[in-house]
Design a protein around this ligand. Sequence first.
Ligand code: GRF
Length: 222
Amino acid sequence: MSDNHKLPLVALISGSGTNLQAIIDGAVGDLPVEIRAVISNRPDVHGLTRADNANIPTRVLNHKAFPDRESYDQALIELIDEYQPELVVLAGFMRILTPGFVRHYAGRMFNIHPSLLPKFRGLNTHQQALDEGETLHGASVHFVTEELDGGPLIVQAQVPVQDGDDARTLANRVLQREHLIYPLAIRWFAQQRLWLAGNGQVYLDDQPLQQPVLFTPDQEIA
Ligand code: GRF
């Protein structure tokens, strides 16, 4: 790999795209990636505007135009693969993926999830954390496997729950950390320091990760 190799990636979104923005901003800086396309399953979402503003090609593949998950995911594979990405980044892509789709991108697809997995898979994670009386919440980046929000963890950021937090205030603080840990995991992968072995073991810098890299509240994230 030459020093100026840029990892080709495709990002999938469904909404606002603040994580996408963090990756775009990274790529404008020294994050060694080339965002070849941003694909949304929903038209008219703000994430598409963010991509447009950065001169990144955008595509909409509306799930409502397909009869079932299999046919949608097959069309999505064909669309993504036009861009020949080495990494697929789920950045608020609000779809349950078929096993065939996940297998096609095994070891080269990331997701970010707003909880300290394995706690609080699925939706409404911030409210769940509040309802459970958690004092620490956060976000996780993981490789995507067939188990929803259950793939091998890469990095997590902890966010303390504060008195008076509601789901919105907590979500906002978690998002600030998401915007740091997602580009970080992508950087490691782009630098070929991070990979997923066939047995599901994550390696970082040739060491098996026994637990995700953890960023604590006061820690600076490089
Ligand atoms: C984030 O909370 C992310 O963890 C979850 O979906 C949300 C996407 O937000 N997967 P944004 O579209 O990146 O602003």
